[in-house]
Design a protein around this ligand. Sequence first.
Ligand SMILES: *Cc1c(COP(=O)(O)O)cnc(C)c1O
Length: 434
Amino acid sequence: MTPNIDQNDALFERARRVIPGGVNSPVRAFKAVGGTPRFIKRAQGAYFWDTNDTRYIDYIGSWGPMILGHGHPAIVQAVQNAVLEGFSFGAPTEREIELAEEILRLVPSMDMVRLVSSGTEAAMTAIRLARGATGRSKFIKFEGCYHGHADALLVKAGSGLATFGNPTSAGVPPEVVQHTLVLEYNNVEQLEEAFALHGPELACLMVEPIAGNMNFVRASVPFMQRCRELCSQYGALLAFDEVMTGCRVALGSAQSVYAKAIPGFEPDLTVMGKVIGGGMPLAAFGAKRAVMEQLAPLGPVYQAGTLSGNPVATACGLATLKEIQKPGFFETLSGRTRSLVDGLNNAALDAGVPFCGDSEGGMFGFFLLPKLPQNYGQVMKTEGARFNRLFHGLLERGVYIAPALYEAGFVSAAHTEADIAATVSAAREVFSSL
Ligand SMILES: *Cc1c(COP(=O)(O)O)cnc(C)c1O
């Protein structure tokens, strides 16, 4: 097919007439990088094809869930079998128990979980649960961490520690975020000040342990240790948002990575999504039994969902979790991901382009900066125009990375060494023109 009119342009124009901005989630619109978004027709393994039948090596993996790559036969089979049994019942199923048991086995800091349909819903309810369980209203989040789009979480730092946050979206009244305290990531001193001022009023501290919504920034071990100590000291719950990192950076999620560095380390609340649904709408939150028993129908904290624990989504999640537990899965995935980051690093070095990158398990990030940033302010020092040239250069060469410099990247088990090598060689060409 040799279309004169690019089919992506035609679809984008059509989409914009009926869907705001032509997309159902803003970053898909290529607003940050410019140009026309690719409309994806199908995907298989490490690749997807757009409406022009152009193939791309996919490094977004639906923003994390597709850890096995696209169209894995065992997952397709599990979903097909589930569909034949029914789409949704609004009554409990055995598969929900199986998935809950599986998640708890992988992430043993939780005694119980509740299944929901999106990360937004899980994080929003985790905050409600923390407030209900502690009888306190205030909570801490960090600039650059994303926890979905619930009103109280769409907030940026105010002018000082005493003033709390300001909404980052129209439609969120200032009163709704008046209990959200926004701090700088990895800043121990500010954390201590915040607890000294507000500790006894804090319901929880919510954090992305490895932040994937400001590209890829790890919470330092001393910072995480201080978060744990201060939460325990003041009776606030330490809530890990592992929607992105859960079963993605390690089988035991990011908390298992921190537990290696801090003996006995555990968060009090965990929010999961993405990989545990394997590409279907599924997320979860969990905690120790006493906290989870505060939820309806046992306790006074309300939460519900028509499609929660959906039988098709749980089948997909279960099959995915089974595959990632096969021997050597994470070793291979981590090695591939590391070799991608190393390859990109060498290519940039040879071209004299400032570059640094990091990865954990199947998640990675890189920056056109000389050294790894520690917080959102440092991430945003990346020169946007340069990133955009890199993005489009890779896209033209059949490599699809996130269309914004503040997003993480994902490698799947379907990415081969040849895919990584092709990606690095495409990057080498682009770097030489940066
Ligand atoms: C993706 C994400 C969410 C939101 O999940 P949705 O399913 O998109 O609502 C929340 N927290 C983190 C850390 C995420 O990466």
